[in-house]
Design a protein around this ligand. Structure first.
Ligand code: UD1
Ligand code: UDP
Length: 388
């Protein structure tokens, strides 16, 4: 009698956004333990920001490369992951490795898998700016991973079209939606169902420096892109300072990324302003709660560009390019770059013009319906079934 040999799958991630977007994939794999022998490996490219996501969703990795160093550069991340991944792959040799997105973790882990002739599944494949310098180095990372991936799980029709344009065979591409929405819906459900959680989230936010229970209008800000280090961040800080002065009744809440290239300019330029609240990076649930209640979002984050339209929040993206054009096309996201004047004027406009605000606050979900992880696992089972 034939019996099914379990597929060995290893999920690897290392930073906060990858963790948030791979959580539902890890959960879905666990639901298929009769068919799949799954392991989770973290590179530890991030530490605190990664661990906080793992704790929120009770995930204990099987392997932890623990590579993060303060002020690490791209060489540090690349060399350390590559060397340590080699050892892990000798201990557990998966049939398939799943990586996510465009980080250096995704790039280097895929490279290791390629060297070992292990199949690669790329979650959140196919996003493009077609400008190899922006986002940097992420556009390069994502293109390379797609190039060597065996299965590409793309969130939208547009990302599929990008891969077809690059002559990728159709048979490798699966439109799944983005897993970021799977996780967002999990979070919203937790927040909605548990009223004591709401109170504890408010308490956590208050401890982090912002008292949301006062009910003041606030703008939520995040930023961390490498291509904005230096002048870009100084401009962003100038814009925020001008917004805070122009609108004393509006608060600015800014959970500051732990990268020293961000911490230094932000705390030195914006510390001590009355209506600007600088907090440490927030755990995922309090952050979603904050986003749900904010007036608008100023960010350069990829994940937040995807989450905010599902919460009906307008987003001004402080970047010159985006690989996520769907919400821009729908009119809920605007690219404002890193010019202090442009960021200030677009924000002022949205605060003063209620019609413009209403038009940008449409609730819509261009990035998924919450079932992306299930589609990914279905595709894996269908494409890679091993029968002995
Ligand atoms: C990385 C990714 C970027 C992703 C971002 C999400 C690369 C090249 N960059 O950028 O694509 O959008 O994560 O946030 O893959 N730090 C801590 N604790 C943490 C995390 C970071 O102290 O938990 C500090 C450390 O000093 C670390 C520095 O931040 O050296 C930079 O971390 P790194 O992963 O190199 O870059 P990010 O800017 O976070
Ligand atoms: N996020 C969080 N706490 C914060 C800021 C962001 O949990 O203080 C979440 C946010 O909801 C989104 C993800 O982190 O899911 C985005 O991560 P980041 O902006 O660091 O990376 P990117 O998406 O740009 O790669």
């Amino acid at each position: 009698m034939n019996h099914i040999k379990k597929k060995k799958v290893m999920v690897v991630f290392g930073t906060r956004p990858e963790a948030i977007k791979m959580v539902p994939v890890v959960m879905e794999l666990a639901r298929h333990s009769d068919l799949i022998d799954a392991r989770t490996c973290v590179t530890g490219q991030h530490r605190h920001m990664l661990d906080s996501v793992l704790e929120t969703f009770n995930i204990t990795p099987d392997f932890d490369l623990d590579i993060m160093q303060q002020s690490q550069d791209l060489y540090d991340i690349t060399i350390n992951i590559l060397a340590k991944m080699k050892v892990v792959l000798k201990e557990f040799r998966p049939d398939l490795i799943l990586v996510h997105g465009d980080t250096t973790t995704a790039f280097v882990v895929s490279l290791a898998a390629f060297y070992e002739k292990i199949q690669i599944g790329h979650v959140e494949a196919g996003l493009r700016t077609f400008n190899i310098h922006s986002p940097w180095p992420e556009e390069f990372n994502r293109q390379v991973v797609d190039k060597i991936a065996d299965l590409c799980f793309v969130p939208t029709e547009k990302s599929k079209a990008n891969l077809l344009e690059e002559k990728m065979p159709k048979s490798k591409i699966f439109i799944t939606g983005n897993t970021v929405i799977d996780t967002l819906l999990l979070a919203l459900d937790k927040i909605e169902k548990d009223s004591s959680l709401k109170l504890s989230l408010e308490k956590i936010l208050a401890e982090s420096g912002y008292d949301i229970s006062k009910g003041r209008q606030f703008i939520l800000v995040t930023g961390h892109r490498r291509e904005s280090f230096g002048d870009g961040f100084l401009n962003i800080c100038d814009a925020l300072k001008n917004i805070a002065t122009r609108f004393p009744d509006v608060d600015i809440v800014y959970p500051v990324h732990l990268n020293p290239n961000v911490q230094e300019p932000v705390y030195s330029r914006l510390g001590g302003i009355d209506n600007v609240y600088l907090t440490k990076p927030l755990d995922y649930l309090p952050f979603i709660y904050l986003m749900k209640h904010c007036y608008l979002v100023l960010t350069d984050s990829g994940g937040i560009q995807e989450e905010a339209p599902s919460l009906g929040k307008p987003v001004l993206v402080m970047r010159d390019t985006t690989e996520r054009p769907e919400a821009v096309d729908a009119g809920t996201v605007i690219l404002v770059g890193t010019s202090a004047e442009k960021i200030f004027h677009e924000t002022e406009w949205l605060i003063l013009d209620s019609e413009r605000y209403a038009a940008m606050s449409m609730l819509h979900n261009p990035y998924g319906d919450g079932n992306a992880s299930a589609r990914i696992i279905d595709a894996i089972l269908e494409k890679t079934a091993v029968v002995n």
